[in-house]
Design a protein around this ligand. Structure first.
Ligand SMILES: [Zn+2]
Length: 394
């Protein structure tokens, strides 16, 4: 199984300087190629990976861009590949149009196997033009790293992410399946009636963040004090993000352990963005992170995730008799079916409907091989990207 493990590392001063140059060059090339492709896109033309790669070679020959030659060519090339993937996701309607990368955003540089060496006996990772890294190995692994990603987050922390081929023991089958209704007030309601709360924001962090943000607003832009205040805000936000991610990891692993087939609504990115209420409540990409985690963990542990088309009227369909009633007002948490008289918990009813449709879809897909193939090509390349998306690997 292809996995991604992330570790923290501490660069020397020289390495930090060199990495700043690498991140800058990677960002520069990414934005330059994005401009190139955007101009073409506006003219109704398309520039692919190979054309942008040829253009980069030409750019490096220009005198005013000679500095690019001091940087290992591998992360620059990888940056063009990432842009290409971003375009593919955009064309597949899985993501928004690619955006320019900012200086203060997360910084990333990718190294293919030609640009690093791994000494398994001494657990030593050496990167081209950077040298050996001081890594805190927080977990063990047996295989050779296939790719290495070096990143620096907004709060100034450095990480190295390794792609590995590791064997994973599947979870035993439980014989129980579940439907999930993702919500605003809570993370999800299960078809069993169980409710999963949203990750808690501890008030300690909320107060700290508010204070740091007020301090940042008082500082003059571009000053050293402003930069320090920005870092403090970013560090608190990183803590909050880590806590949230931890919670999502625990929750999703628990779900995958307990259920054999998990059915969720297929929320596409564009739909999510349009639905401001949902996007805001989840603090941005929460839903996407949750469904991505479920997707790759199901694959790791031998379980199944079924995405159910979200356009079917799960909310107003009675899960007992199948009667489709009138639309319900948003604030209604319980309702009674006019046909069979069943009293429903709104969210649990949705979850049961999602489970029923998901299991039927799944059965049909397995029954007819043609259907499987057809629907998997229609739905695009979600499977392909499963393992590219995990961040912490657990
Ligand atoms: Zn009914």
């Amino acid at each position: 199984m292809r996995l991604r493990y992330q570790f923290r590392f501490y660069p020397t001063d020289e390495q930090a300087l060199e990495l700043a140059r690498v991140f800058g060059a990677v960002r520069y090339v990414y934005n330059w190629a994005l401009q190139l492709r955007s101009d073409a896109y506006r003219d109704g033309k398309e520039i692919g990976y190979h054309e942008s790669s040829a253009a980069l070679t030409a750019l490096k020959h220009r005198e005013d861009h000679a500095w690019l030659n001091d940087i290992s060519s591998v992360p620059l090339q990888q940056s063009l590949r990432h842009l290409h993937t971003a375009y593919s996701n955009f064309y597949d309607r899985k993501a928004k149009y690619p955006e320019f990368r900012k200086k203060h955003g997360d910084q990333v540089a990718d190294y293919a196997s030609t640009a690093f060496s791994w000494d398994a006996a001494n657990r030593n990772l050496t990167i081209a033009k950077i040298g050996s890294l001081d890594i805190r190995w927080s977990r063990s692994f047996k295989s050779e790293p296939k790719t290495v990603t070096i990143s620096k987050d907004r709060s100034g922390r450095y990480f190295v992410t390794l792609t590995l081929d590791e064997a994973i023991n599947p979870f035993p089958k439980s014989g129980i399946n579940a439907g999930l209704d993702l919500g605003i007030n809570r993370l999800a309601t299960l078809s069993t009636g169980e409710r999963i709360a949203n990750p808690k924001r501890t008030s300690k962090f909320v107060i700290k963040l508010a204070r740091a943000q007020r301090a940042l607003a008082r500082k003059q832009k571009g000053s050293v004090r402003h930069e320090n205040a920005r870092l403090r805000v970013a560090k608190i936000q990183a803590k909050i993000g880590d806590t949230k991610l931890d919670y999502l990891h625990k929750t999703t692993t628990d779900l995958v352990r307990r259920f054999d087939v998990i059915c969720i609504e297929d929320l596409n990115v564009n739909g999510m963005v349009k639905n401001h209420n949902l996007a805001n409540a989840m603090g941005g990409a929460g839903f996407c992170v949750l469904s991505r985690m479920l997707e790759y963990k199901c694959e790791w542990y031998g379980k199944e995730l079924v995405r159910v088309n979200h356009r079917f009227p799960a909310g107003k369909t009675c899960s007992t008799c199948g009667h489709i009633g009138k639309s319900l007002p948003l604030n209604l948490s319980e309702w009674t079916c006019s046909e069979c008289g069943t009293r429903h918990d709104r969210d649990k009813n949705v979850a049961i409907n999602i489970l029923a449709v998901g299991l039927t879809d799944n059965k049909n897909a397995r029954g007819g091989k043609h259907q499987t193939r057809e629907s998997s090509t229609l739905k695009g390349s979600t499977r392909r990207s499963v393992n590219q998306l995990s961040k912490h690997g657990a």
